[in-house]
Design a protein around this ligand. Structure first.
Ligand SMILES: NC(=O)c1ccc[n+]([C@@H]2O[C@H](COP(=O)([O-])OP(=O)(O)OC[C@H]3O[C@@H](n4cnc5c(N)ncnc54)[C@H](O)[C@@H]3O)[C@@H](O)[C@H]2O)c1
Ligand SMILES: O=C(O)C[C@H](O)C(=O)O
Ligand SMILES: [Mg+2]
Length: 608
């Protein structure tokens, strides 16, 4: 076991005294107590510095003779890695995209597995280039090939076989403190479906984003796979599949195992924030309702996505040159009535209700695999029911129950078309062409499904077929498009990565008992107001990913303040809700920033 001690200069300590708790800003690197020596340290990526161990430390930790004699500085190690990364890029030119993507993922993953400090330094400083590798889209490819790519475990794996024993298994995790947990059951990985145990890549990728964007200490994050089986026939037949080769648990059996895991997690780390990720629809809403008043948890696909989408939708109104209140008049067609689509509609509906002060009847249209959802649909899911259209209303514009996407776009002439269906290419040439008749001067197309091949359309097709005056967003990254008019068609990455790190960080630092609607609303509003008028006019609704730490600090602070207002904050360490409540807006942002971890080599001190 290990623990951290914080060693600072008196002046620096005084500066941060009021606000800092597990203060980790590297004014003077914190010293770190390790309970290992020699080769054990070299094989532990949390502490390993490779050739970066100074000679004195090599003496102290029994490393003399185990390393080549020269000490290489952190900066040199960084450059050496980046050089080999650039060579790999050069040497793989012309090879298939997937081969190159996996090669890049491998070189980063190998670095992670031997030296986390250097890995996160590389990741943070190059987040724009590396996010598409450790996150969507490459993470999808990694999950699909996980059983073959597996070298070392990362995170924890609980299975249906562990029933009754989770409380003891949880203590096998070596870190005494955990701040952020991302949990999946692998049942709906991006738009790729049920990938069973292979879905562990998603919590790993999300937590890498937590470290990069929110500055959560990587020794305090925990990716978790709850393997309750898989219904993926290919995996069930694959002899090398690493998960349970059984069908998924259902009903009471399923929920009781999630209950047990949640209890065990809460027991060991009562202050940790738990993010549910990529659960199939039928369990996503149910688990959210079941746990959201009991634990500090949220569902990223439902709630994180909703906040990011709402910020984008409000940006669209601004781009049209209309006041924000005009949001209530926007005709929005959402394609995909699952966790994400319904999450977005719920939040948009709440926004309209707040703006109108009444029970709103917004101009929202919801389409699933069976077409337009109306009140005539039998067996409609209760969470989709509030968005089912009254039949008279749709008949008046020539639509009916189950009208297809093209018909809906032609008749509704929407301001915004949102894709959260997981079906690649369904915004085809005809659908995009129909968006040319949109009632908006700047029709908006959000092809939000992941990974890239599952996006409802590409950026190039959107600008080509729907017109050069559109604004565009996609869940996975696309290159900006060179338009025929000589301008650039900007691509927004409409991805929940702009919010979940700030939601988690704000919840954590406020010591929130739960993640309330007000906290989520504050996160979305913060993101929406982050962009300047000039950026909005250029069709930019989200900041560059290069500034994700900054936006996450702002979002985190907004969530923190909302937790205080909503009276769910209990504070953290010796900074209680009262102290937070007395901070100005700027001070909350500083407070959040001062609690972000940044990769530096800490002096290691051995203790038995
Ligand atoms: N960009 C982001 O931040 C973000 C966030 C969350 C989810 N997503 C993506 O959204 C997609 C859906 O996620 P989810 O959790 O809502 O999945 P889900 O399985 O809960 O829902 C999918 C929905 O799409 C509908 N659908 C399927 N085929 C369709 C078709 N041909 N036409 C219209 N609708 C169709 C289904 O009926 C269902 O309602 C995934 O690809 C996921 O990667 C993106
Ligand atoms: O993982 C992502 O890139 C976004 C989202 O959570 C998804 O499930 O697609
Ligand atoms: Mg997800």
């Amino acid at each position: 076991m290990w623990r951290r001690t914080v060693v600072r200069s008196a002046a620096a300590a005084e500066n941060l005294r009021r606000f800092s708790i597990a203060a980790s800003t590297p004014l003077i690197p914190s010293a770190c107590i390790v309970h290992k020596r020699g080769a054990d340290i070299l094989h532990d990526p949390w502490f390993n510095k490779d050739t970066g161990f100074p000679l004195t430390e090599r003496d102290r930790l029994g490393l003399r003779g185990l390393l080549p004699p020269r000490v290489i500085s952190f900066e040199q190690q960084y450059e050496r890695f980046m050089d080999s990364y650039r060579s790999l890029e050069k040497n793989t030119v012309g090879q298939p995209d997937n081969t190159v993507a996996l090669a890049k993922w491998r070189i980063l993953n190998r670095l992670h597995d031997r030296n986390e400090t250097l890995y996160y330094k590389v990741l943070i400083d190059n987040i724009k280039d590396f996010a598409p590798i450790i996150y969507t889209p490459t993470v999808g490819l990694v999950c699909q090939n996980y059983s073959g790519l597996f070298r070392r475990p990362r995170g924890m794996y609980f299975s249906a076989k562990d029933k009754g024993e989770m409380m003891s298994i949880i203590y096998n995790w070596p870190a005494p403190e955990v701040d952020m947990i991302v949990l999946t059951d692998g049942s709906r990985i991006l738009g790729l479906g049920d990938l069973g145990v292979q879905g562990i890549g998603i919590p790993i990728g999300k937590l890498d984003m937590y470290v990069a964007a929110a500055g959560i200490n990587p020794q305090r994050v925990l990716p978790i796979m709850l393997d309750v089986g898989t219904n993926n026939e290919k995996l069930l037949e694959d002899r090398l599949y690493l998960g349970l080769r059984e069908r998924r648990l259902e009903g009471e059996e399923y929920i009781s195992i999630v209950d047990e895991l949640m209890e065990a997690l809460h027991k060991r780390w009562p202050k940790a924030v738990i993010q549910f990720e990529d659960f199939q629809f039928k369990w996503a809403f149910e688990t959210l309702q079941r746990y959201r008043k009991k634990y500090c948890m949220f569902n990223d696909d439902i709630q994180g996505t909703a906040g990011v989408a709402l910020a984008g939708l409000l940006g669209v109104v601004r781009a049209q040159g209309r006041p924000l209140l005009d949001f209530v008049n926007q005709k929005i067609v959402v394609v995909g009535a699952g966790s994400a689509g319904l999450g977005v509609l719920n939040m948009a509906y709440q926004a309209v209700s707040r703006m109108t002060g009444t029970t709103a009847n917004p101009h929202f249209y919801l389409i699933d695999k069976d077409g337009l959802i109306t009140k005539e649909r039998s067996g409609v899911d209760p969470s989709a029911a509030p968005f089912a259209k009254v039949i008279g209303e749709v008949e008046s514009i020539g639509l009916r129950e189950g009208s297809d996407l093209l018909e809906v776009v032609k008749k509704v002439k929407p301001h915004v078309l949102v894709g959260l269906s997981g079906v690649g290419g369904i915004f085809n040439e005809q659908v995009l062409n129909a968006m040319r008749d949109s009632d908006s001067p700047k029709p908006a197309i959000f092809a939000m499904s992941n990974p890239t091949a599952n996006a409802e359309c590409t950026a190039a097709d959107a600008f080509k077929y729907a017109g050069e005056n559109i604004v565009f967003g996609s869940g996975s990254p696309f290159r900006n498009v060179e338009l025929e008019n000589g301008k650039i068609g900007h691509v927004n990455q409409a991805n929940n990565m702009y919010l979940f790190p700030g939601i988690g960080l704000g919840a954590l630092l406020s010591g929130a008992r739960i993640v309330s609607d007000g906290m989520l609303q504050a996160a979305s509003e913060c993101l929406a107001s982050y962009m300047t008028e000039e950026q909005i006019q250029k069709g930019k609704f989200y900041p560059s990913i290069g500034s994700i730490r900054n936006i996450t600090a702002e979002v985190g602070a907004a969530v923190l303040r909302a937790a205080i207002t909503e009276e769910v904050a209990e504070g953290r360490g010796d900074v209680g809700p009262k102290e937070i409540a007395h901070m100005s807006k700027e001070e909350t942002v500083e407070y959040v920033k001062s609690n972000m971890w940044y990769p530096v080599y800490s002096p290691l001190v051995h203790e038995k």
